[in-house]
Design a binder for this molecule. Structure first.
Ligand code: SF4
Length: 462
């Protein structure tokens, strides 16, 4: 969950006018889940007639959606609030860090209001309080799919809030609360609207996608005349009806996840699983209190690949967790060699205020963490390089994200936006962002591929 940021620009503005619609500036920090929160808040505000301002100075008030996942993200959030105060002065704060208002008010006592995570109504009320809506809202300006901060051709689909797990390094359950799943029919209807509006790729997110529906006893729902239950496999089967790329994020290696693999082999959903394994040593996983920590993950991966050889596995890891011994770290490297994951991210463990792991003994010295991080990343890069080299010469379908300076940046079914590699296409001709293309892979490096356009490519093939 690498923090990302949707920034505002700073430039001299013309000032607010009582003739025009009230304008809200928005800074969105953090993971895709926070981005979806931002989209919901903006959708509501647009529905009420607010406009979104592109610069601090053009905004009548600025909302900063913060991240509090790790200490570096807290610092970035506090800096962003300071920047908004400096350039605009009227700032409302929401998001994960809003669960700890004292941290914010201590450094920035001038903020107008602090609201917590998953509190859309509170943010919208705070905006009403400090910037009342116009009497006649432009309801018809709101596109039916809502307001999105992602490019038009892909969208995050948030299926649940909160988490019932108790990972010892994480405070998200304390900040976001217990698992609260959205009903299957509501999620499938939203996905349908997104696809109808031009979205070609749906990225399913939540804190624990494999636990979807457990909190509402897998409640039944109807969609397109068929019955579904609010559960992982029904979600995948429903989304497979839409003809879009469907990518599943934050899935834990529970036995019931096996059910989705045949659907991936048949390309109902993309053969891509984002499974945050976090470590390869059973004793470290136990100290981390990871969900499914007792599962034999290597056996599970072998079985998945036997059924779906093209499966791309993405994961994140933490090195230097408290008490991690040389032997446990060696187990992690051996696990990685065996698992041969395609895409790997890594964090050096850092304490987060309020996390249970802070109290564990034998914290690993920063220099040793650094060494382990470098060794881990070197090993992961070598695996990635080998696996990508095997794709040279293959033909694949890609989705173009951007075209700039004579090169298109696209993604294959193995690449999630922002976090994985890309396929670069030289001489992209008339390709534009959001187009499909057929390419032949001609080169590979550690993380990315280079492709040449195949003759059958044409704009908008589906
Ligand atoms: S699964 Fe673990 S790391 Fe993820 S949100 Fe829940 S408690 Fe945090």
């Amino acid at each position: 969950m690498a923090p990302s940021r949707t920034r505002m620009r700073s430039r001299p503005g013309t000032g607010a006018s009582s003739e025009r619609a009230p304008r809200v500036g928005f800074v969105s920090l953090g993971c895709p889940k926070a981005l979806v929160d931002s989209e919901r808040i903006l959708t509501q505000l647009r529905a009420e007639g607010y406009e979104v301002a592109p610069t601090y100075e053009a905004a009548d008030v600025v909302v900063v959606n913060t991240c509090g996942f790790i200490d570096a993200a807290v610092d970035e959030s506090l800096d962003a609030i300071g920047e908004a105060l400096e350039h605009n002065g009227r700032v409302i704060v929401t998001g994960c860090l809003g669960a700890r208002p004292e941290r914010i008010l201590e450094r920035h006592p001038r903020v107008l209001k602090v609201t917590g995570p998953h509190a859309y109504e509170d943010v919208v009320s705070a905006v009403h309080e400090h910037l009342p809506p116009r009497h006649e809202p432009f309801f018809d300006l709101l596109p039916p799919q809502g307001v999105r901060l992602t490019p038009r051709h892909y969208a995050y689909l948030k299926i649940a809030e909160g988490c019932n797990n108790k990972c010892s390094f994480c405070i998200i359950p304390a900040m976001r609360g217990r698992l609260a799943s959205r009903r299957i029919d509501e999620v499938l209807r939203e996905a349908e609207r997104l696809v109808a509006s031009g979205v070609k790729e749906l990225l399913v997110i939540s804190q624990d996608t494999s636990a979807y529906g457990a909190d509402i006893r897998y409640a039944p729902g109807a969609w397109r005349g068929a019955s579904y239950r609010t559960r992982f496999i029904d979600l995948a089967r429903g989304l497979a009806q839409l003809g879009a790329w469907v990518r599943l994020h934050y899935v834990y290696p529970y036995p019931h996840v096996d059910e989705v693999i045949p659907l991936m082999a048949a390309r109902g959903v993309l053969p891509y699983l984002d499974v945050p394994f976090q470590h390869g040593s059973a004793s470290v996983l136990k100290r981390m209190r990871r969900p499914a920590h007792s599962e034999n993950t290597l056996a599970r991966i072998r079985a998945w690949r036997a059924q779906c050889p093209d499966l791309t596995l993405r994961s994140t890891f933490i090195v230097g967790f408290p008490g991690e011994t040389d032997s446990e770290f060696a187990q992690l490297l051996a696990w990685l060699d065996e698992a041969q994951l395609d895409r790997v991210g890594c964090f050096k463990y850092s304490p987060v205020e309020g996390a249970a792991a802070n109290a564990l003994p034998d914290h690993v010295a920063p220099q040793l963490q650094e060494e382990r991080y470098a060794r881990f990343m070197e090993r992961a890069a070598a695996i990635s390089r080998r696996r990508l080299a095997q794709r040279v010469g293959r033909h694949m379908r890609v989705l173009v994200d951007a075209v700039q300076d004579g090169t298109a940046t696209a993604r294959s079914e193995a690449d999630a936006p922002q976090i994985d590699g890309v396929v670069r296409i030289e001489n992209p001709g008339k390709l534009r962002a959001g187009d499909w293309a057929e390419v032949r892979i001609v080169a590979a490096d550690d993380y990315d591929l280079t492709g040449q356009i195949s003759p059958q490519t044409c704009r908008g093939i589906s």
